[in-house]
Write a protein that binds this ligand. Sequence first.
Ligand SMILES: NC(=O)c1ccc[n+]([C@@H]2O[C@H](COP(=O)([O-])OP(=O)(O)OC[C@H]3O[C@@H](n4cnc5c(N)ncnc54)[C@H](OP(=O)(O)O)[C@@H]3O)[C@@H](O)[C@H]2O)c1
Length: 298
Amino acid sequence: MRHYYSVRTVNVGVIGAGIMGSNLARCLHSKGVKVNIYNRTRERAEKLAEELPGLRVYDSPNKLLRDSDAAIVLVADDEALLSVVRAITSEEYSNAPLLLNVSTVTPMASLEAMRALRERRVAYSEGPVYGSADEARECRLVSYIACSSDAYERARRVAELYSTRVLYIGEPPRASVLKLALNNIGLSVPALLAESLALLRAWNIEETLLLEASGGLWFKPVIERFWQRVFAEKPPRFTVKLAVKDYSYIEKALLEKGVNPVVSTAIRKIYEEASRAGYSEKDYPRAAYYFLEKSSKV
Ligand SMILES: NC(=O)c1ccc[n+]([C@@H]2O[C@H](COP(=O)([O-])OP(=O)(O)OC[C@H]3O[C@@H](n4cnc5c(N)ncnc54)[C@H](OP(=O)(O)O)[C@@H]3O)[C@@H](O)[C@H]2O)c1
């Protein structure tokens, strides 16, 4: 057995039953882990419990934490993380729980969560992940852990339940910062594609030539990876609204340290415009399609 926790006896809470939280719950359930779940909109958690027998639905993060060895938080943004933290009261937890924040948040919010939880005697770890819905469901995420040395063993053991790779990054907020730095690269590709495709269309050149002409170039696999997701409507794996959020967090984190966020500001505007035009719940590469359609109407 690779895990210190026996998967059949460990109780893992999942806070947030969105795309990532529900797929992570599916992964844990498939391994025989006892899963407790809380979601702000209870019906969403109940729907998941119908699919996954044995899943226990909770009314508050506080009660869930009391019944769990660790709780994984997968909520939208800074405000959502801090509202979960605020719902955790200062009562004594006999189980000395760990809160593992997997949501992508600013380093500022992560530090605020850590400080608030310390006062409430709850251990805190950052654990942002790389990978999306499929990787979460199939327990194939890559996890970046940042926490104090005494919380590390527990955080690692929980992350190993759903990850193929767990990297220790140091103390918070190092993992939050690293995650934003990685997303700045990964999420930029559809925005770059948007402008390249618009350039071709503006000069009456067929878009498929980009794919063809990139044959043999180092970035052909990058274009190929996104091509279908730009031109065909697929179920969202990562929404346009989350791309807007991540770029605004990259900007904020840079500004916090006095660095001018030139690139992230430009890319945020592309996603923001698509979001306002009704693309907010769509798969994020569709923002390139929106941009292309818009530019051809000019
Ligand atoms: N999707 C991905 O590929 C991916 C990959 C890596 C990391 N992430 C990160 O993982 C997190 C979750 O992503 P997701 O794709 O699962 O998002 P999602 O499908 O939009 O789900 C968002 C979740 O956050 C909850 N929430 C929103 N505002 C809240 C608030 N104020 N208080 C409490 N709960 C709140 C929602 O609850 P309701 O149901 O009540 O709205 C829902 O459970 C985000 O930080 C995202 O950046 C996502």
